[in-house]
Design a protein around this ligand. Structure first.
Ligand code: PHE
Length: 444
């Protein structure tokens, strides 16, 4: 059965996919991983991976979804019946489930900060943001409570269905977020010593890269674009058959890169100017940005608006993570509401240890990492690259070249760009992923 759900307009699709892509990855995670992975060289690598690997994969997922009009598992079954290729879909579903279980932890932190903003506890000029951050994330009740509220909103929207829920919520927040970032960057760049931060962020020093940071840059490029987990297959399946995908894909990658660069340019100058450490880790944004807002007129108001938009960006990514799992289970039947609640509650239960891993469970370690970090490492650096690898192989070896050509561009035309895309998928992308993997486990 094909889905009944469809995007009401092309812009709805673009905004929702961009909403999935732009979230914690660009705004919270990339800046802190850049901080701990050496700065400019890391960002440069990330940009290259996004353009040469992320974008071709995004197009691939769009093709699979739009051409089959099916959920993440059925889509592969339709293209390759009686094979095991649909395991790519299962892999995506499992990955999204785990991803959401820890994504919602950070979502919970954002909820806490929105609450602080609403009650006037931050932005007053007398707050020590390091202390505030540490006490917020280590308090079990606040951490789990924030996570629960975040997931409740996510479940509620996904339960209502694609059209009315996700699309409407995505429609107005992106442009506002862009504008706010520009204001923020302006303030950050006019602080004393701002250039030191700009240079840390944009001046590549390749001696700071090692095999692990290369893997992180690769994983980040997938994480930020939501590729490798068939989320974009699912979203494109709600697209009409004749809707184009190249322009949406390019704009999503473009917007994502812009927001990533914006976030870095807002954060790093302030890090250096206000005397913080770029290697501060997960607290970087939560500690540095409120301090920047304090240097602005009406700073507390702007801070509150920023936090609300940040929460929106985070939620639109969470919607997509829950949506793919719900879509697979629902398969166009009318059990969406019930499924969204059941799956959402399961995600919450699985995520509780991650939420507590900054507090009472901080000492529990898996392979030397906290529970949260272990889940994140598994998803970002193992499952996402594996999914991406399999999708590139599936599209370029299992699907026919002329079918792909007619899906992507006009079949009769010879297009250099099509050939480039095809060869990237067939040879370069799988090879790069394998090399990066082997390098990390020290085989080469
Ligand atoms: N792209 C989202 C972000 O950067 C995370 C995400 C990954 C969402 C994979 C869906 C699928 O925040």
């Amino acid at each position: 059965m094909e889905h009944k759900d469809q995007w009401s307009s092309k812009i709805g699709f673009i905004l929702a996919s961009a909403g999935s892509a732009i979230g914690l990855g660009a705004i919270w995670k990339l800046p802190y991983v850049t901080g701990t992975s050496g700065g400019g060289a890391f960002i440069l690598l990330f940009v290259l991976f996004s353009l040469l690997i992320g974008l071709p994969l995004l197009l691939s997922e769009f093709i699979i979804g739009r051409s089959t009009q099916k959920d993440a598992i059925s889509a592969y079954k339709k293209i390759a019946p009686n094979t095991k290729w649909h395991y790519i879909g299962y892999l995506g579903v499992v990955t999204c489930f785990i991803l959401l279980s820890f994504y919602s932890v950070i979502g919970g932190w954002v909820i806490q900060y929105v609450f602080y903003g609403l009650t006037g506890q931050i932005g007053r000029g007398d707050v020590n943001y390091e202390t505030l951050f540490n006490s917020s994330v280590s308090d079990s009740l606040l951490a789990v409570g924030g996570q629960a509220i975040f997931l409740l909103i996510t479940i509620f929207v996904v339960a209502k269905g694609v059209q009315s829920g996700i699309e409407k919520a995505s429609k107005f927040m992106m442009p506002t977020l862009f504008v706010l970032f520009i204001i923020l960057i302006f303030r950050s760049l006019t602080l004393d010593n701002a250039m030191e931060g700009v240079s840390f962020f944009l001046n590549p020093d390749f001696s700071k890269l090692n095999s692990e940071s290369i893997l992180f840059a690769l994983g980040q490029s997938f994480f930020l674009l939501s590729v490798g987990v068939s989320v974009m297959v699912t979203y494109a399946s709600y697209l009409k058959r004749n809707e184009s995908i190249i322009q949406p894909a390019v704009s999503i990658v473009g917007m994502n890169l812009f927001i990533s660069l914006f976030a870095g340019l807002a954060i790093f100058p302030a890090v250096f100017s206000l005397g913080y450490e770029p290697t501060a880790g997960p607290g970087l944004l939560f500690i540095v940005l409120p301090s920047v807002f304090e240097q602005m007129v009406f700073g507390n108001l702007f801070l509150l608006i920023f936090l609300i938009l940040f929460l929106f960006a985070t939620l639109t990514s969470a919607f997509s993570l829950l949506e793919i799992v719900v879509a697979v289970v629902t398969k166009g039947k009318n059990t969406r509401n019930r499924n969204a609640w059941i799956i959402g509650i399961l995600v919450f239960l699985v995520g509780i240890p991650s939420a507590l891993s900054y507090g009472i469970m901080a000492d529990i370690s898996i392979f030397g990492k906290s529970i949260f970090d272990a889940a994140d490492y598994l998803v970002s650096n193992i499952l996402l690259p594996t999914g991406a690898f399999l999708i590139s192989i599936f599209v370029s070896y299992k699907m026919k070249k002329d079918v792909l050509k007619s899906e992507l561009i006009n079949k009769s035309k010879f297009s250099l760009l099509f050939e480039v895309w095809y060869y990237l998928l067939r040879y370069i992308i799988p090879l790069v992923i394998i090399i990066v993997f082997l390098d990390v486990i020290n085989i080469i």
